[in-house]
Write a protein of this length. Structure first.
Length: 290
């Protein structure tokens, strides 16, 4: 979890003057959704919910795999149509400030050739509809035997055998890898960094995707998160763990200001709706209780 400083507006009264000052306050990015599969697979939809594929909670050590964290993880499998998906804690059609979605996935270069999966996280538009997908492609290539990771905005619901010809990373060994999507405001337009990290949190691969159509403002196109979705899986059981959605939980005013919407809290503060009283003794009595 990272922490940073932000400076909300604080109103100060000196004599009859009213002015604004900046006051540093510690804020943080924290999970608003966290499914570590310790107790259930709640929040993920599969064939038991009328969707596709399956998700099953298993104990750490299953098939010789130790959970990324905790005592359990999940196994996801696809069918001929698609794979499981999650809405996190719900769709958001208002831009919440920078946000990150991530999940740990166990990759193994010894998978059969021609197998793999696509994993997407999508954004929601301010109209409440689907905006755009941001997709990781993982394929055990049949031509050279390498396990490739790459990224784009589209899925063809089958292993991509051309990943060696685009920006990619070759998985060197079996283990847990974090698939991270960072959604950020880049000059008023959405930019998404798709990052692959190893177990030491070293960034191994980054692909940034952006469209000039995905504007962020009070009249913009982009809201917040939509789903995470395995559009297809043809690996025989794919281990996943630590599915999270992280956002700045500092202050709603920051979100409004970043979106170009002026908050009215300061203007409407009750103490500012009447003239300053120079005979007031509020200062002398502050903090005292009779």
């Amino acid at each position: 979890m990272k922490q940073f400083l932000f400076t909300p507006l604080v109103v100060a009264l000196v004599g009859a003057a009213v002015f604004a000052v900046s006051q540093p306050v510690l804020a943080s990015v924290a999970p608003v959704w966290n499914q570590g599969f310790e107790d259930s697979t709640a929040g993920w939809q599969d064939s038991s919910d009328g969707w596709y594929g399956t998700i099953t909670r298993v104990s750490s050590g299953t098939d010789g795999i130790v959970a990324s964290q905790g005592d359990s993880f999940a196994i996801v499998e696809g069918d001929s149509n698609s794979g499981p998906f999650s809405r996190f804690d719900g769709y958001r059609n208002v831009w919440p400030g920078e946000w990150t979605a991530e999940v740990d996935i166990y990759l193994d270069p010894t998978w059969d050739a021609g197998t793999g999966f696509d994993y997407s996280v999508a954004s929601t538009g301010t109209d409440g509809n689907h905006q755009r997908d941001y997709i990781f492609h993982v394929t055990k290539d049949t031509s050279n035997g390498s396990l490739f990771v790459a990224a784009s905005n589209n899925s063809n619901f089958a292993p991509r055998e051309d990943l060696e010809s685009v920006d990619h990373f070759v998985i060197p060994q079996a283990g847990w890898y974090t698939f991270q999507h960072v959604f950020r405001n880049q000059g008023g337009v959405l930019a998404v960094d798709l990052k692959l990290l190893d177990e030491e949190e070293t960034v191994l691969f980054t692909k940034t995707l952006s469209s000039p159509l995905d504007t962020i403002s009070n009249t913009g196109e982009v809201g917040g998160n939509r789903y995470s979705w395995f559009t297809f899986i043809n690996v025989d059981g794919l281990p996943i763990d630590e599915h999270q959605l992280l956002m700045d939980v500092a202050d709603k005013n920051d979100v409004l200001l970043e979106s170009g919407v002026m908050g009215k809290g300061v203007q409407n503060a009750p103490g500012l709706q009447k003239p300053f009283n120079p005979k007031s003794q509020a200062g002398q009595h502050a903090g005292k209780k009779n």
